[in-house]
Design a protein around this ligand. Sequence first.
Ligand SMILES: Cc1cc2nc3c(=O)[nH]c(=O)nc-3n(C[C@H](O)[C@H](O)[C@H](O)COP(=O)(O)OP(=O)(O)OC[C@H]3O[C@@H](n4cnc5c(N)ncnc54)[C@H](O)[C@@H]3O)c2cc1C
Length: 478
Amino acid sequence: MSKIYNLGIIGGGVSGAVMALQAAKYGIESIIFEEHESVVNGPPFCHLHAGGNLYPDITDEECRILMEQSIDMAKLFPQSIDERPTFISIPKSEKDYETYDIETRLKMLVKHYKKLIKDDPSNKILGEPEDYYKIYNKKELSLLKDLPTVKFPKTTDEWMSNTLQLVDIDRLKLPVFIVQEFGWNLFRLAAQAQLALIKTKKCDLKLNTSVTDIKDIRDENVDHNWEIQTKDASFKVKYLVNSCGFKTGIIDESLHLSTKRLIEFKAAYVSKWEPIGGLIPELIFHGKRGTSHGMAQLTPYCEDYYQIHGMTKDITLFKDGLVKSKKDEVQPRFNKDIRQKLNVAWEKEEINTRTENGIEFISKFLPSFETAVVGGPPMFGAQQIPGDNPDLRVGEVSFPEKSYARSEIVKASSALTVANQIIAQIQKEKIISSVEVMVDPNFTLLDIPKSEIDELASELTIQRGYPEAMSRLLISKD
Ligand SMILES: Cc1cc2nc3c(=O)[nH]c(=O)nc-3n(C[C@H](O)[C@H](O)[C@H](O)COP(=O)(O)OP(=O)(O)OC[C@H]3O[C@@H](n4cnc5c(N)ncnc54)[C@H](O)[C@@H]3O)c2cc1C
């Protein structure tokens, strides 16, 4: 008789991979299917949203959730966290946002961070709560302006003094801020997750394996509920987790389930630039998403590679890039042009044009950035947004049917929360007994040696066509 798995997970993105690893921690056997050759290869991520400071339009509650979830994920994948801060500013031309609102929110976040540390001291991964952010007015900025470059800044003032050598402060409302929202290296997370999935005996990892159909046998009164079909085999599972990313609706369609969702295609661009001889924080210039002055974001990587997001239709966003499900079609469909980019290749000319648009966009605030050049292929992908609110930033899980969970996270940081919610649900459905007694003493994700993560992250980065330097952290952790 073929094996029956407790959990069958479709999709090895950050959500599916974390689901399988969290299940392994509790000794729950799973099988995970990923149609590509490695895990965590879907839409990119580069920013740990530990406070939601990139999103002035979301609620305080969403900011607190993002902070909590980000801390949890950073504890799980420390080797993927780049501990450089983020510079937050509002251009003078921006009418919708005020620095006062940023300051009010930051004060609220410090209070929340203190509470999280009080609840569990291991939550202190963003530094001291008092240092979570620092405000810079005209006076403080003038004291830092002409200081020499610091190669590896250690204090917030050093990060700010390096920034001041490049940013045109006259274009920005004052004050400006430095916040302890860190970088998040997806290649390193992919490497740690993949190594752990291979190492644990509790998970059967099927790479290069596409799920083609699901057979629902819940009424047949047998020991399993679903049969997962691939091209040449069938696998029995008790509980089904759909973590197919923007393709979540395809599985729903095969199960005849209907629900509302959006899918969105976006891209960030890789540039090469040689600015000053010292590190800079991630730079954020706020702006209304989708307008010609949407948010500009510059993310530093190793060896002077810089990733650009510009929340305009000519850079990160695309015409018809946001698509809704229809009444009779729960899986939204992109147009031919976006499908071509997602599944085949980008035109070289469009890579150049969009990256150059991005360089020009950032140069408005960082004049010397105009010397940057295209540094690699875009980092792109499509993501799912459950429901019909395109501004939703906190992930969701739903349990539309018995023995079936649908993970639709909007930010990579929601993966662990969603995995824990699913584990609670499978206990409720009595698929497993209490997890309290099940923790597997032989499994810890944190046992994967840094050298192995370095090696696989480097391999994955090259395999996916990006500069190898992007697999490393700016601030290495030994
Ligand atoms: C440009 C951009 C920038 C972003 N930046 C950030 C950021 O800075 N911080 C952040 O937290 N989030 C960010 N996000 C969001 C983040 O990327 C997503 O929330 C996250 O990657 C979603 O993970 P997932 O596992 O749900 O989906 P995915 O990563 O899409 O994983 C789904 C997986 O399922 C597989 N699959 C699908 N169908 C099948 C099938 N039938 N059989 C087998 N396998 C299948 C796919 O190959 C894929 O690997 C960004 C998104 C974009 C587009």
